[in-house]
Structure formats: structure tokens, C-alpha cells
Design a protein around this ligand. Structure first.
Ligand code: AMP
Ligand code: ZN
Ligand code: FE
Ligand code: FE
Length: 281
């Protein structure tokens, strides 16, 4: 049996592994396929493709876009993307700027609360274009201002805590369209975590291709529920660990092993789109 992990982060967003290290873990754990899905970034895809090629692992380029529909946050995974697509890169750059400004604002709030964190220390630690709250949490820990990242989230960074700043997000309908325009498949990430069930029909109408049924934080019952939903709406099925390296305790790669048959269905869909576009009826 061949298995895939289709949800992974590197230090090009808030993971701690390099693409090469992540590929090494994938190889050690016997994965046949890996997909990289950094938040609002595709920068790690080229180095990860090269690392996977030398390890004889099949690689799928991807990203995880933070989007919203009716004020509900939804994470959209894009797979098989053209990572040089100009429109995709322009949108990503826009949301990376949003992330960087949000870091400045969160640090300003912390300073206002009497927590002497420096913005530059967060950017230095993040060392990427797509910084997020985990970087703030780690910088606070490193500076000795909290005991650990969990404390940072609990005291300051969780939604509605005093240093939390809302993030401007792209519309989920635009996100689906953007992924398609870059030649990719759009997949709703970890629906069990975001309570996004009510918006599934609207996203399906907008062209959503799949749903992440298997995720580290999905219970067996949740996975079964989303497999039924996938069946009902004719959606492709994906799964992944959402590994962030050591950013959230221990690395999660290996906790989800998606059977290869699902990857074959994803590839068949991408191929049929391509041939459809090349030979319009
Ligand atoms: P951001 O993109 O900046 O909003 O940060 C989102 C990241 O922070 C995701 O990878 C989440 O898993 C992580 N995160 C969100 N809430 C918490 C929490 N309470 N504790 C630890 N990590 C969290
Ligand atoms: Zn993350
Ligand atoms: Fe996510
Ligand atoms: Fe993720």
C-alpha cells in the first residue's frame, strides 16, 4: 500500500522544518506522496519538489489560504498549483503583507500591555514572508516573557484575547476561483475544526473540489461524517497531518496516512480539467 500526507508546513510559514528536513521525515515514515501547504505561500514548493525527487517521493505543490465566507473562517487548500502563476503570486503577496502588518499591530498591543517584545525579534525568528501568531508566541517564549507558546496563546493571542488582531481574509469564493485560475484543485481544510459545515453547499456551488476528511485533529466520527458529506456533494477526499515541525509540540507527520487511491482521483481530476481546457467542447 502507498500512502500520502497532503497537509504539511515548513519554515516558509509557521512550521519549523526546512523542505529538506520534512522530506527526510516523509522518507523515514515510508510516504509515497507529500504535498506542501504552507500558509499563504508557495515558496517552499520548489526546494521541496527537488528534495522529494531525490528521495523518489511524489510531490504535489500546494498552499493553505486563510479565507472567509459569511464571517466564518475557512482554510482552503490548493493542490497541483502552478507556483509561478502571476495572479496567484500577486494575491499571496497581498496577504503576506497583511500578515506582516498584523504582526506589527499585535506587538504594539503587547507593548501597550507592558510586554516589552520587539517587532524585529518576531520577524527575525519567523524569517519568512508569511509570519503568524505561532511566531509571536515563540518570540515571547524566547524572550522569557511567557513560559511557553501555549501560555502566549492563552494570555494574549487567542481570538478575543488582548493582543489578538483580526486578520483581513480573502473571500472563500474568490479563493476557490484563484486556485482554479492557477490550475489547482481547491479543498476545504479540517472542516471539523472550523465549524464550516453550513458553508459547504455555497463553496460547492463555487466549484470546491474536495474536502479534508482525514486530519490529525479529526475524530473517527468526524472523518466518517466528512466522508459522507464528500459522497453527498461528489467531493474528492484528502487528508494530512498538518505537521508544523516542533512549532506545536511534537511533529505530527505520520499521524495521518491517506491511501494512494485518493491521490489517483485527485490526479485524474487535474488531468481531466487540463484536457477539458485544451479541447473545449
Ligand atoms: P495565524 O495564521 O497567525 O492566525 O495563526 C494560525 C496558526 O496558529 C495556526 O497554525 C494554528 O494552528 C495556530 N494556533 C491557533 N490557535 C492556537 C492556540 N490556541 N495554541 C497554539 N496554536 C494555535
Ligand atoms: Zn500553521
Ligand atoms: Fe489550517
Ligand atoms: Fe495547516
Amino acid at each position: 500500500m502507498k500512502f500520502a500526507d497532503l497537509h504539511l508546513h515548513t519554515h516558509f510559514s509557521d512550521g519549523t522544518f526546512s523542505p529538506e528536513e520534512l522530506t527526510g521525515h516523509g522518507l523515514r515514515l515510508g510516504f509515497a506522496v507529500l504535498a506542501l501547504t504552507d500558509h499563504d505561500s508557495v515558496e517552499g514548493c520548489a526546494p521541496m519538489a527537488a528534495a522529494c525527487a531525490s528521495s523518489e517521493i511524489e510531490f504535489i505543490s500546494g498552499t493553505e489560504l486563510t479565507a472567509e465566507y459569511n464571517d466564518i473562517e475557512v482554510h482552503l487548500l490548493g493542490y497541483f498549483l502552478d507556483i509561478y502563476n502571476e495572479r496567484l503570486l500577486a494575491e499571496i503577496a497581498k496577504f503576506q503583507a497583511v500578515r506582516q502588518n498584523r504582526i506589527r499591530e499585535m506587538v504594539a498591543r503587547l507593548n501597550h500591555l507592558g510586554v516589552p517584545l520587539e517587532t524585529e525579534s518576531v520577524f527575525a525568528l519567523a524569517n519568512c514572508k508569511s509570519p503568524g501568531r505561532p511566531h509571536v508566541a515563540r518570540a515571547l517564549t524566547k524572550a522569557g516573557l511567557v513560559k511557553n507558546p501555549d501560555e502566549a496563546f492563552e494570555r494574549f493571542l487567542k481570538k478575543n484575547r488582548p493582543a489578538w488582531v483580526p486578520k483581513a481574509k480573502m473571500s472563500a469564493l474568490e479563493g476557490v476561483e484563484l486556485i482554479h485560475a492557477a490550475g489547482g484543485l481547491s479543498v476545504m481544510a479540517h472542516p471539523g475544526l472550523n465549524r464550516t459545515d453550513e458553508i459547504i453547499p455555497a463553496l460547492v456551488d463555487a466549484g470546491l473540489d474536495g474536502i479534508e476528511c482525514f486530519h490529525t485533529k479529526h475524530s473517527t466520527a468526524m472523518s466518517e461524517r466528512y466522508l459522507e458529506i464528500a459522497d453527498r456533494f461528489h467531493l474528492l477526499v484528502t487528508g494530512g497531518s498538518d505537521c508544523h515541525g516542533f512549532s506545536k509540540g511534537k511533529p505530527l507527520i505520520g499521524t495521518v496516512r491517506l491511501p494512494y487511491e485518493h491521490v489517483e482521483k485527485l490526479k485524474a481530476m487535474v488531468e481531466s480539467r487540463k484536457s477539458g481546457a485544451a479541447n473545449p467542447p
